[in-house]
Write a protein that binds this ligand. Structure first.
Ligand code: IVH
Length: 698
């Protein structure tokens, strides 16, 4: 798609656009689109980002502003048009150009050999080249391009009629909005593929759902297909869907043009699509000359299935030659030239033996199902989180139930449902405790929450969990200070709280069984090294409610030392990007509490880094740091892009709309609705161009 020379040119183009002045708007708009499409392709298709996030954002904003100034230049395939405004109505039904068929399944080598035999009979040949690729476990979609532009995206539906979800398909940044099909002589092209959600995105999404008291989704497939049907495209954009496209199902040719040379085999067609910028399985797919090699490939691949970032539930074997495919045809249900080889199921049934209640670091009491041990996908499952009381009630679970358990990849095991038809009548209700199973204090359940909590902050279970969290990999990354050691040290009185990590009596540790000099030294080194961790890790490690890794970064970036946060009230906190009232309340509450301030002081005395050095550097030039700006109307004294660059240079940031997070609205001539909205809000300072200049010039 891009030659090395293209890539070098586009990279340079990106750099020069970052500092350009917008003098030749038309040309610049075109160049910005070219560069942004290139950056999207590098990031979403190749997974090799070429621009820093801030650079990308700056280019994107530039394009947005130029298009705002020259609305006649906006085209449907501009990268800015992915972000839709407003909500979709119900999705209209649309009929597919060709029915979206299913696949026939095979489960073992014998099934595959049978299928190979049938193929050879149908194709009347002894030699068939196959192409094998993963079977992605997501939601299948059809995407149509006309004259090189994406015009429609639809779900599978019943295979004949699907739902028109174009607006949501456009949120998937790996799917090009335009592609050079005309050059190859094609008018209309329909591409099929799978919309998937990466396992880690899925896990994070479920963590959030559970934190909000919602039941987690069973698997990434449900999450992908559910997300495609969300009516708010902005929300869809946030969910970070991915796509893999694996089939050109239909195309029409321009009059007099030959079939493109790449359109003779499946393998070439997917390589070609990849060249055109599409996410296709080029890295995973394999051409093989006989069924024995196919079988060997399938068996080897199954052992590696968890290495992929998304779920695959098998492989798909396709006859490579399109002529041969045509000759073999389809049944009403599936093509005869393709077959799925399904991996071992990751579902099993087991018996729910009892429910235990675990106390987490925030005091939340989580029901955990203990089941009869059952192997699923190579792991023996004995214990499954049930998240909260609502989930238990919703699923109508009882002790003694036979339950269907699913373990999708490295996603945590999950009870899908009880098999009510197998009940004997001896099943028992699951009784929730009213006091903490560890410290015996009464439990509380705030009305708006789904979990019961132990509110005794000295509850041993919470203390231990807090220390474990602080030392964990994503926080301070103190290797070997995991659950078992923390628990042991706590029980022996060697570790009472988080700062205690930096004041362990090592002689006492040496006397414990199982601690040789080497493990003591390793642990000491890991603890010592953790003192240099960045501030965002410390903030994350402190375990403030609703503050995950991303939020911890936002907070750390906003200050040059953690102590500054002592003075931030909720109002100031919500001015930060993505900080809502819930987070703000929790953060403000945390930093006001004396015991937390004591913890922070003790950490500092122990030599733990609590400063944001990066910020300290920016601060010397950044007198606008933490301040947000928006420009509206026709600016006469300076160019919008220059003014924005000035703000950013001085540490401020530009917002895209008027909201309570906006500090300053700079108004030029003929300002309209933004000015009205800012006035109505009453919290935004309104500046003339001159006032703004005075401000930035100190
Ligand atoms: S080919 C006519 N290739 O699996 C073409 N399908 O269980 C038929 N699927 O409906 C589809 N990965 O949604 C094909 N690499 C792949 C696939 C794939 C996943 C899905 C597809 C299909 C379902 C059948």
């Amino acid at each position: 798609m891009y030659t090395t020379a293209d890539e070098q040119r586009l990279y340079q183009q990106a750099k020069s656009l970052l500092s350009s002045d917008g003098a030749n708007a038309e040309k610049e708009i075109e160049q910005l689109r070219e560069v942004i499409n290139y950056a999207d392709w590098k990031y979403y298709v190749q997974s090799e980002p070429v621009l820093a996030d801030v650079e990308y954002d700056a280019l994107y904003k530039k394009l947005q502003h130029l298009e705002e100034q020259y609305p006649e230049q906006v085209t449907a395939d501009s990268p800015t048009q992915r972000v839709a405004i407003g909500l979709s109505e119900k999705f209209p039904s649309v009929s597919h150009l060709v029915p979206m068929l299913s696949l026939d399944n095979t489960y073992n080598a014998d099934d595959l050999r049978d299928w190979d035999r049938r193929c050879k009979e149908l194709a009347k040949t002894d030699v068939i080249e196959y192409c094998v690729e993963p079977k992605y476990d997501g939601a299948s979609v059809s995407i149509i391009y006309e004259n090189g532009k994406l015009v429609r995206g639809a779900t599978r539906g019943d295979g004949v009629m699907g739902e028109d979800v174009t607006i949501n398909i456009k949120q998937i940044r790996s799917i090009p909005l335009a592609a050079a099909f005309e050059k190859a002589g094609l008018d209309q092209v329909e591409i099929r593929g799978e919309v998937v959600i990466h396992k880690e995105v899925f896990a994070e999404y479920n963590r959030q759902r559970v934190a909000e008291g919602l039941s987690p989704l069973a698997n990434p497939r449900n999450a992908a297909s559910g997300t495609l049907r969300i009516l708010d495209p902005k929300e869809v954009g946030k969910r970070k869907l991915s796509a893999i496209l694996y089939h050109i199902s239909y195309y029409t040719q321009q009059r007099g043009k030959d079939v493109p040379e790449q359109m003779h085999t499946h393998y070439d067609s997917l390589n070609w699509l990849y060249q055109l910028g599409f996410p296709t399985p080029v890295k995973e797919m394999q051409r093989l000359n006989n069924i024995d090699d196919v079988i060997a490939f399938c068996e080897a691949f199954e052992t590696r299935r968890d290495d992929l970032p998304y779920e695959v539930d098998g492989l798909v074997i396709k006859v490579n030659s399109f002529d041969m495919q045509d000759q073999m045809g389809m049944t009403a249900h599936h093509p005869r030239w393709a077959v799925a080889y399904k991996f071992k199921a990751r579902q099993a049934t087991s018996k729910l033996l009892k429910v235990e209640f675990q106390v987490g670091r925030t005091g939340s009491v989580t029901p955990v199902a203990k089941i009869e041990p059952v192997p699923i996908g190579g792991v023996t499952v004995t214990s499954i989180s049930l998240f909260n009381e609502d989930v238990v009630r919703e699923k109508d679970l009882h002790i003694g139930d036979t339950v269907l358990v699913e373990r999708a990849g490295d996603v945590i095991p999950y009870i899908v449902k009880p098999l009510a038809e197998l009940r004997t009548g001896d099943e028992q209700d699951i009784v929730f405790p009213t006091t903490c199973p560890v410290c015996d204090e009464a439990l509380e359940k705030p009305e708006e929450e789904a979990v019961w909590r132990c509110i005794n902050i000295s509850c041993p279970a919470q203390v231990v969990e807090r220390i474990i969290h602080f030392a964990s990999k994503d926080a301070m990354d103190i290797r070997n200070l995991g659950g078992a050691n923390v628990q042991k040290f706590y029980e022996l009185g060697l570790l009472k709280d988080i700062p205690g990590i930096y004041n362990i009596d090592w002689d006492a540790v040496r006397q414990l069984g199982g601690f040789g000099e080497k493990s003591v030294t390793n642990l000491q080194t890991a603890i010592e090294n953790s003192k240099k961790q960045s501030l965002n890790r410390v903030i994350y490690g402190l375990g403030i409610r609703h503050v995950g890794e991303t939020m911890a970064k936002t907070l750390a970036n906003a200050v040059s030392h953690i102590r500054e946060l002592y003075d931030w009230d909720e109002e100031k906190l919500v001015s930060l990007e993505d900080v809502g009232p819930k987070v703000a309340a929790s953060v403000a509450h945390f930093f006001h509490a004396h015991e937390n301030r004591d913890t922070i002081d003790t950490l500092e005395k122990a030599g733990v880094n609590l400063a944001n050095h990066h910020k300290n550097k920016a601060e010397t030039t950044g007198e606008l740091s933490g301040k947000t700006f928006l420009f509206t109307g026709t600016l006469t004294k300076f160019k919008r892009s220059e003014a924005e660059a000035m703000v950013e240079e001085k540490g401020g940031s530009i917002l895209s709309g008027v909201s309570s997070k906006l500090n300053y609205l700079v108004v030029g001539e003929d300002a309209g609705s933004k000015l009205e909205k800012a006035k109505k809000l009453g919290t935004v300072a309104i500046l003339t161009e001159d006032q703004f200049m005075d401000m930035v010039n100190g």
